[in-house]
Design a protein around this ligand. Sequence first.
Ligand code: GRF
Length: 190
Amino acid sequence: VKVAVFASGNGSNFEALVRHQKHYKVACLIVDQEAAYAIERAKQFNIQTYVVPKSLYNTRKAHEEAILEVLDMHQVEWICLAGYMRIIGHTLISKYPNRIINIHPSLLPAFPGRHAIKDAYHHGVKITGVTIFYVDQGIDTGKIITQEAMYIKKGITLENLEKEIHVIEHRIYSETLEKLIGGYDETSTH
Ligand code: GRF
């Protein structure tokens, strides 16, 4: 099963998806920012990268059509957003119905947006976690596929909370994708 990953920045979730690929293959990386560190990671793993900046296109539709050409070329069946900082529009969603997923570092619908870990930390919630959901045209609003919760330890620093969240993310994104594409669950005895 061929998967494209979309990223705008660091790309640690992209790398985790690549490292754990088993029944799926990361066919390409799509980035909208030419400075994205994800590009360096893709080089290490020999994954083809396409830099497609929105600024080259007048509309979201035109931008997404350019991306679709790449996806068609690679016969991509699933899209994983991994720190991709753009709203996905009708053009992509209608071509990939229930085939675009995203990961978010909080228990949605709590703490949507860019600063979810920090927001949860400063709010003083005692439990937070990671959500994987189907992408719709909103920001972090799509139907939830899975969540993993964790306690926020007393006195933990924000930095360490971020690390703990990322450890969960890097494990469950590929696990969840494996289940979605083929019902694979090696921990199951059935
Ligand atoms: C992750 O925390 C992810 O949940 C959120 O953006 C962050 C991306 O991190 N959507 P990275 O670029 O994968 O390191």
